[in-house]
Design a protein around this ligand. Structure first.
Ligand code: BGC
Length: 725
């Protein structure tokens, strides 16, 4: 009892302290606002350079400096152009792409990632880090899927919150992007998206909401595209009604670069800072270019003439000052660090925990690092830099260990031969450049190398070139580019011992799947790519990554592509997400379409048995927490980690629902033979569906099925619970 009283008292003091701090912060803002002229206030609402917005020098209010995100801090860009500024102090640690982070299914690791990245941003004197991104993986063609966290709103929510908290512990704001519905790159600047309110709230918004309400997000980047006729940077429903009113977001909305189109709409519908607008300032140092931004001179004039109330700009500046008091005006924030061992080790841990073993026939992987053998490493991705390219997420890594280097270092007893086998062109933004190399001779050399080797490691995939996992363009199809499918076909004729390592941020088709012995999905792995890959290939690390999105067998199976052009990529500038809530595995499960590899799938070098699924009670009232337990046993002979995944469904519901949806997961590490009880929790409110007739969340009473397993297509355990009337 005494302890409880102390705990309550402690809670109250902490609670009050936070309130006092908050009140003080608002008082500081009030006093600063009172000193500022209209010109000074308006100036803070738009860029002064490519990546900064001005402060008020007269009052000591600092500038705000931003940098991309989301996998490392981007190199310095020139004041007025997109050219790199040519600094020599801006090489950083490249962390694995967010798809890889999501594939770890390890929220703790996401927190470490965010913190390490935040430290680097802080050391580089950035106040706002432009990331992470969580646009839902709707189609495997979308060029920026590699920068996001997969197809499931629960997974994305669980992974994004610790990342944000980690970044912000450094006094650096995370800027979550791209809010919202920027689910393709094709026509991203203008495509007008529509979808049901239900799909909006159940699929596309939950991770943003979690970031705001659970992660305490300080800034949000609005998307390029339109939603129901209004650009997202000036969208009343998204920015004002949902984000700021309903979710009570107290941070700053920053536009994507050149995503603003109108002064009045931007001013009144929730945008706070306008960045990157395509005035002359975009490409040339034209005098006063930034004055012509929508939220610059035109905004000031409208306030002066009484057309827009001054309280509108005050509200924006209040938010910006709040952001500054949390970041650049916070004297207590740490100093940051860069390129240290700890950051490299976070990068390596994420990389090796995120690699997904998709297929492993007769234990092809791991390869014995002690064995004397000849390994033919074939494929351009074995040596290509994967921190370059891709658009704004491109990085200047202090070092990057290629897969070939990693394999060479770890397999010292083996003879390693490398043949690229195919060639793509150099990275070029918005263009596809052909390779000058002769494809036939590259192919012949690779086939010869394969025939002469004991083992073939094919390291290919996509490569962050335009239309191959890159901003501003979608892929054209699901196939591997640059003739890799044909090459693999020939290689399988020359060797029966082929393992494929796919470096990509997207699903690809695999017509050669049955003829290769192993397949690993290895993402874009950052600075430590080669080392992490060698860790897993050699068995030093047992793979435990799980797919954060479905690999469809054929593009036509994919929900975004079933309903024709209007649904993807859109027609006459408009697009309707006709699959509604049936995104990713929700679609494949419900429609009984077998994918190539299911959401949540990922093999291990050991085997696990999941059993004894139980809940603490048979029946729950709304608002209660369901405590779920199950046993996991490592039934093989190697230590390893398994991700227990709990899905919920409501069989026989009169409401159209997915067969099941992910509601909880937990990664657990087990020694050989070890058995553990894993406990997970589900908030009953998370079983509700979005009922447009309310409009709001509706928790149906009655029986629900909970399923547990280690992939969305492997859920052997099932129990029934009831939600009381
Ligand atoms: C991208 C953003 C990025 C910004 C600044 C835009 O084109 O969509 O994600 O943060 O550029 O580089």
């Amino acid at each position: 009892m005494k302890n409880r009283i102390i705990a309550i008292l402690l809670f109250c003091t902490v609670g009050t302290q936070a309130q006092v701090q908050e009140t003080r912060m608002e008082q500081t803002i009030d006093s600063l606002l009172a000193l500022m002229t209209l010109e000074e206030k308006v100036a803070m609402c738009h860029a002064q350079s490519k990546f900064s917005s001005p402060g008020v020098p007269r009052l000591g209010i600092p500038e705000l400096w931003m940098a991309d995100g989301p996998h490392g801090v981007r190199a310095e860009i020139s004041w007025d152009s997109w050219n790199y500024a040519g600094w020599t102090s801006d090489s950083i640690t490249a962390f694995p792409a967010l798809t890889c982070l999501a594939a770890t299914f390890n929220p703790g690791l996401s927190g470490e990632y965010g913190f390490a990245l935040g430290e680097e941003a802080r050391y580089r004197k950035k106040d706002v880090l432009l990331g992470p991104g969580i646009n839902i993986y709707r189609t495997p063609l979308s060029g920026r899927n590699f920068e996001y966290m997969g197809e499931d709103p629960h997974l994305a929510s669980m992974m994004v919150v610790p990342y944000i908290e980690g970044v912000q512990r450094n006094g650096v704001a995370a800027c979550l992007k791209h809010f919202a519905l920027n689910n393709q790159e094709q026509w991203r600047f203008f495509i007008d998206v529509d979808l049901s309110d239900r799909a909006l709230h159940e699929i596309y918004l939950p991770a943003y909401k979690a970031a705001v309400q659970k992660g305490g997000l300080w800034s949000m980047m609005s998307a390029y595209n339109r939603f129901r006729g209004q650009y997202c940077s000036q969208n009343d429903l998204l920015l004002t009604r949902i984000l700021k009113r309903e979710w009570r977001f107290d941070g700053v909305v920053i536009s994507d670069w050149s995503a603003v189109h109108d002064t009045r709409e931007a001013a009144l519908n929730g945008l706070d800072i306008e960045m990157g607008t395509g005035t002359d300032g975009l490409t040339a140092s034209t005098k006063n270019a930034y004055d012509y931004y929508y939220l610059a001179k035109p905004f000031r004039e409208m306030i002066r003439s009484g057309d827009i109330a001054e309280s509108v700009v005050d509200e924006k500046v209040r938010r910006i000052l709040r952001l500054m008091l949390r970041t650049t005006m916070n004297p207590g924030r740490p100093l940051g660090r860069m390129n240290n061992e700890e950051h490299l080790s976070v990068a390596r841990n994420v990389a090796r925990e995120g690699i997904v073993l998709l297929k492993n026939e007769n234990g092809f992987f791991p390869l014995d690092p002690e064995r004397k053998m000849t390994i033919a490493v074939i494929g351009e991705n074995a040596t290509r830099s994967m921190t370059a390219g891709g658009g704004s997420s491109e990085l200047k890594a202090k070092h990057e260990i290629s897969p070939l280097e990693g394999v060479r270092k770890r397999f010292r007893n083996a003879t390693i031969i490398h043949a690229p086998g195919y060639a793509s062109g150099p990275p070029a933004y918005g263009r596809e450049l052909p390779s000058p190399l002769d494809a036939d001779s590259l192919r012949r050399a690779a086939v010869q190398a394969a025939a002469a080797a004991d083992v073939v490691l094919f390291i290919g995939g996509l490569n962050k070139n335009y239309r191959q996992d890159c901003e501003a363009g979608d892929r054209r199809d699901l196939a591997l580019p640059f003739g890799q499918d044909d090459l693999l076909k020939e290689l399988t004729g020359a060797s029966e011992n082929i393992g494929v390592v796919l470096i990509s941020g997207n699903a690809v088709s695999m017509p050669w799947l049955s003829r290769v012995r192993g397949v690993m999905q290895a993402w874009y792995l950052g600075s430590e790519a080669g080392r992490a890959l060698a860790d897993v290939i050699s068995g030093d690390v047992n793979p435990s990554g799980k797919l954060p999105f479905t690999f469809p067998a054929r593009l036509e199976d994919s929900p975004a592509h079933v309903y024709g052009e209007r649904s993807y990529p859109g027609k006459d500038g408009r697009q309707v997400y006709q699959e509604g809530i049936f995104v990713g595995y929700r679609w494949y499960d419900t429609r009984k379409i077998t994918p190539l590899f299911a959401f949540g799938h990922g093999l291990s070098y050991t085997s696990f048995t999941i059993s004894d699924l139980r809940t603490d009670k048979p029946s729950y009232a709304a608002g209660e927490t369901i405590i779920v337990t199950c046993s996991v046993r490592n039934s093989g002979d190697r230590a390893g980690a398994e991700v227990v995944q709990v899905y919920a469904g409501k069989p026989g519901s009169p409401v159209e629902r997915a067969v099941k949806e992910l509601k909880a997961f937990r990664k657990t590490y087990l020694e050989p033979g070890e058995k553990r009880t894993v406990t997970l929790t589900i908030d009953t409110n998370d079983l509700a569906w979005y009922d447009e007739s309310i409009p709001g969340w509706n928790l149906e009473p009655g029986a629900y099925s909970l399923y547990a397993g280690n992939a969305s297509d492997a859920v052997p355990e099932r129990v029934t619970i009831t939600i009381a009337e």
